[in-house]
Design a protein around this ligand. Structure first.
Ligand SMILES: *Cc1c(COP(=O)(O)O)cnc(C)c1O
Length: 380
């Protein structure tokens, strides 16, 4: 028997209390029970998103909410600027082009980020840019983009800032209202420790203003219709009832830990993972601020990173992730978000040592674990 460990950067493990909550017999969504559930979830989501705005849950994966963000705030022929420094940045470009938008790509080499000054210069040169789209945590490279800096720029323009926070909500601090982020997109299967199937859009006032003139076609993802229902504690279409029940449990758990502690925990896990990986002489893929959600690691010279991923799975029954797109074969990614704690990091690192040794790499056994434990021993 090899105990299964899910250590990919999403989907992430679901805590037992959440699984049990979701295992209840189905309830109908047009009942007082669902209404009571939704009232609690609605309030908890606002706290988690650090906003006074309503958070709209949608029954789809994270990409559905990305698409919803675009089609509800923009019109055909609009120009948008996209921070493109990874596969998820590519996704913003692809969605925008699919809907006939003109895209200005603010590209950086993968592993790097785009400074806020470049966003400022772009808005100055192209005052007609209607929206700036970015990731917060770019999960393909393990980089955290400067959303606070971008928001400081877009605040003073007639431009909205749309942030994909799918792998940062409940992981890295993103105070939507305080920073002035106009639209935040998130998903259930990363920091929220839930099964995939629910995604969220939270729109501030400026984003809602844009929805009134948006002409892109929409039916299932009509956020004004969603909003009309949410304020009445109702669902527009059949919601993912079981996941919303799980979400109530998750919001209670995060509330008990305290959101500031949740961010601190992720920061510690990420620092320990990075220290462990570097203690083995491996290179981090992120050259800019690293994401606290996951660590992308460059495979040792001459080793295909897919082999590392495979060895984790076959020899140890641990799922990690490889590189996406042009990073395939070069990078492997360790997730440490959501239901993740100190000894999960120890498992991932100890297994990494075994895997590298099995692949014929020289390994100083215990070096990565020791480096991580030193971080955990620090008083926070
Ligand atoms: C996981 C993820 C998504 C959403 O992907 P789905 O497969 O559609 O859920 C979007 N953006 C980022 C940064 C992600 O990590």
């Amino acid at each position: 028997m090899k105990k299964y460990q899910l250590m990919a950067p999403g989907p992430t493990p679901v805590p037992a209390e959440v699984l049990l909550a979701m295992a209840q017999p189905m309830i109908h969504h047009r009942t007082p029970e669902y209404e009571a559930l939704f009232i609690e979830v609605r309030a908890g989501l606002k706290k988690l998103f650090q906003t006074g705005a309503e958070v709209l849950p949608l029954a789809c994966s994270g990409t559905g909410a990305m698409e919803a963000a675009v089609i509800n705030t923009l019109s055909a022929g609009d120009t948008v600027a996209v921070v493109r420094a990874g596969k998820f940045g590519d996704r913003w470009v692809e969605i925008s082009k699919a809907y006939g938008l003109d895209v200005i790509e603010l590209s950086a080499d993968f592993g790097h980020s785009v400074p806020a000054e470049r966003v400022a210069a772009t808005l100055k040169a192209h005052p007609r840019v209607k929206a700036v789209l970015t990731q917060h945590s770019e999960s393909s490279t393990g980089v955290l983009h400067d959303v606070r800096g971008y928001a400081a720029v877009t605040r003073d323009h007639d431009t909205i800032l749309i942030v994909d926070a799918v792998s940062s909500l409940g992981i890295a601090d993103l105070p939507m209202d305080a920073w002035g982020v106009d639209l935040v997109v998130a998903g259930s299967q990363k920091g929220l420790m839930l099964p995939p199937g629910v995604a969220f859009c939270a729109l501030g006032e400026k984003a809602w203003t844009k929805t009134r003139t948006s002409t892109l076609p929409k039916y299932y993802f009509n956020l004004a219709e969603e909003m009309r229902c949410v304020v009445k504690n109702e669902a527009h279409f059949t919601p993912a009832v079981s996941i919303i029940i799980g979400l109530r449990e998750v919001l209670r758990m995060l509330g008990r830990e305290g959101i500031a502690n949740v961010f601190k925990r992720h920061d510690r896990l990420a620092r320990a993972t990075r220290a462990g990986v570097e203690a083995l002489g491996l290179e981090l893929f992120a050259k800019a601020t690293p994401s606290p959600a996951l660590t992308a690691v460059v495979a040792p010279k001459g080793v295909d990173s897919e082999k590392i991923v495979k060895a984790y799975a076959q020899a140890h029954n641990i799922t990690i992730a490889g590189g996406q797109g042009e990073m395939k074969g070069k990078v492997f990614r360790l997730g440490h978000m959501g239901y993740a704690a100190e000894f999960d990091v120890i498992i991932a690192l100890a297994a990494l040592e075994q895997v590298l040794a099995d692949l014929g790499q020289p390994v100083d056994f215990g070096a990565s674990v020791r480096a991580a434990q030193k971080i955990f021993a620090e008083k926070s």
